[in-house]
Design a protein around this ligand. Sequence first.
Ligand code: HEM
Length: 345
Amino acid sequence: MDSSITPHLACARSRQRRIADDYAPPYPAWSARIDPAVERVVMANYGVQWRNPADALRALAHARDLHATLDATSGARHVDLARYVDEAGYDTLVVQPYWTDPSAFRRWETRDEVAALRSAETGLGHFREILTPTVDRLETLYSTEDEMEGIGRALATRSPPVQEHAYWGSARDRFPIAQTDALAPGGQLGFTVASSGHVTVGGHANIAIIRSGQDWGPTSGEERRLYLEEIEPVLRAGMDFLRDRGGECGCYVNRYMRIVDLDGTPQEKSFGWSYWRSLADMEGWSEGHPTHLAIFGTFMKTVQALNFDLKLRLWHEVYAVTPEQQYYDYRNCHAETGFLKQLPR
Ligand code: HEM
């Protein structure tokens, strides 16, 4: 079977996979393939935050203005817009563009109209969370053979069915860099607070990030009922746990987000977006914590009830980044926003 690791990124392993070479997964899944010309990707989050419902239209207008700059000349390969309500009850819209060329990203970010939007005094909260991993530091998995999502849309090419999935530890086995590197965390978060209150956060080594998506648009009948009535409530409980008590298992930040269109209308697509102290902490939660085990168990029951014929689209992308491959800043945001809640007080 094909490996999830794009062939040109494969090397002699000093760290072994958790499976035997003849392992065959019980159901198929696919990964994005990486063009050898792509060395690094950019996954950016531009958040606009508000509390008073009267500010919602202004926040949407700001997000739309930023979205409008992400046209073909920006070089962005894919853009999502998503919304969530955070642990402090603040509403947030996040524009999420992806690039496969970091220089195109830098050109776009320094354009006059983009710089003006980024520094605009709106009275709302604004944050930037930017990941620039080299391609050996990302892995993807898609449960259906149709169009990919997120970074998969930017990378554009899909693998054949891959071998490394459907067992705990498979995410690590899909990382090219984990062929030779344990991805152990190192160092500390660093905070720089300006007199304006603007906070810049430096990440430490091997922070792990997951975007774990669900698309129930194509489901119908019994499958739709099972997703909405049995899987989604369990997923929400798991997401609430990570948001409110994630610190207990190494999760710095968790957002359960809904894709919206440019009018703010929710689509039938959601995802969890979370930052972890390490890949090991993320693995520990997914394979050991009652909340993900409940999500996983309900899903498995459903898959079997539907005889493995699922229309529900599940996918994820995971990154493990060096300190230089992450950048976070917060302007006029409340004190529990993103990494700010880790600020020593
Ligand atoms: C409806 C929601 C979800 C379902 C049905 C689900 C189900 C699953 C399944 C079936 C796998 C194994 C996939 C494979 O290898 O074939 C898996 C792995 C995983 N899930 Fe979830 N999941 C959901 C949401 C999430 C969320 C929101 C997170 C993020 C915080 C998450 C984190 C993980 C991780 C890290 C793994 C890889 C574990 C490893 O390789 O050891 N899942 N999940």
